[in-house]
Each structure stands twice: as C-alpha cells, then as structure tokens.
Design a protein around this ligand. Sequence first.
Ligand code: GUN
Length: 287
Amino acid sequence: MILDGKGTSEKLTEKLKIEIEKLPKKITLAIILVGDNEASKTYVKNKHKKCAELGINSKEFYFPANEPQKSILKVIKNLNEDVKVNGILVQLPLPNHLDEDVIINTIDPNKDVDGLTLANQGKLFMNKPGIEPATPKGVMTLLDEYHIDIQGKKVVIVGRSKLVGKPLAILMLKKNATVTIAHSKTVSLKDVTKDADILVAAIGVPKFIKADMVKKDAVVIDVGINRFESKLVGDVDFDEVVEIASAITPVPKGIGPMTIVSLIQNVIECYKIQEEIRLKEQDLGKN
Ligand code: GUN
C-alpha cells in the first residue's frame, strides 16, 4: 500500500480551510530566510503557496547569507512584539556564522510554529501540550489517517536531528511504541533496521535504505527529500523497498505535503494560544 501524503494533505487542507474561514481575523505567518540555499528557497516558496491557498497572510524576511546575527535577532524581536504576527519560522539550515540555537530561542515560544524553541521541546519531552515540530507531527498524522497501529510496535528511526529524529522518537514513545534511534555511528545498522515494524528514514542520503535492510511487511516512512540525477528522491530506495513493505510513503507526495499541513495547523494553534493569553490579560485588567 502506498501511503498517499499528498491526497491526505489535500483532505486535511479542506478541513483547515473551513477552520480558518471561521476565525475572526486573518492570521499571519512570518518566514525568515537567510542566504540562497536552493532547497530552502523551494520549501519557503511552498509554505507561502499553502498560506495563500488557505487565506493566511505570509510575510517573508529575506537576508543575504552574510547578514550579521544581531540584525536577524532584531527582526525576530520586532515580530515577537507585533500583535498582528501569529507565527514565526526561521528556515533551517542557517549559514555557518550564525548561532542557530540563539536565533531559534529568540522566537517567542507562543509564536514558534516549528516547535523548536527550548520551551516547546521541553514541553514535548515532558508530555505537556505545546507546539510539535511539523515533520514529525505530519508523520504521526499520516499514520493515524491510515489507522496504522503504533502501540507496542518496534519503531526504528534512522536519523537523530532536532527537526525530525529526536522529536519523532518522543511522539512515537507517547503512542507506546518501542523506539530505537539509529544514526551514522550505529553498529550493524542493517540488523537494527531489519528488526523494525515501522522504519523511518530521516538520514538525508538518497536511496540509502535498501530492500535487504527492511523486514517483510514493515511500514516504511521516508522523510528524505534529495535531488538525485535531476529528480527528487527519498532516503529509501522506493523501487526495491515497495516490494517488501506492507505500506510505504513515496517521495515526492509523501511526508513533504504532510509537513506543510502540520505547519499550518501549528500557525492556527499559535493563534489560539495568543488569543487565550490576550483574553486572560483582558480579564485581569477588568478585575
Ligand atoms: N528545513 C528543513 N525542514 C525544515 C522545517 O520543518 N522547518 C524549518 N524551519 N526548516 C527546515
């Protein structure tokens, strides 16, 4: 079975459209892009496109690759203060001279649509409600839409990034999976991946996962998006692995579109959190 991320994302987009139409005001996402990474430019373009489709304002703040950190921090601080801005996203990766942690953690956690600030990561770790990173959230939503059971299953995630591997491990654990995170230093990787009931590839190497690394009838989730011989391919060798897996996500049209839908869900969640705070403050003002 092919897990149709694109189709699922379109279905969810229709639901989001209705939810967004009902909101009392137009919500706004600010996207910060630094430098000319081609993949980042494409991702950002797709995010703007989705916002436009759904009636969300999206504003871009573009900086050249050599922009000093302090001017980026200043823009983020202004966006934090701007009540018209509901979400702030800094597209990663950033150029090397910038401190990613400092930049991300300057974002107001209540506007952190990527769920990457310490506050939101801490909430995730502590099982408290917060904003979850978009790609892992998209993976969980897709599995849920297909009613794929996670409880008690052996989940192996290859890749330990803060955007995907680590937060996804926590979300899987919340659903009572038995979770292993494998990575470039894992010994006998094939033995580890072959044990997985659900195998997630988030490595960033084209077609890395081959048929002999996958257990028969495993569910295979491919988070990779790589340009390879002028085509987009995932981290899984799809043509080989599709013969073995019981379910698999394609690239493109798999996790990519699910990530963008999750991002939009996060923008709405941030808006709701901000409204709640505003109403509380109003009440306090009255008493
Ligand atoms: N770069 C690759 N994926 C992502 C993402 O989900 N968020 C951000 N901010 N940068 C990314």
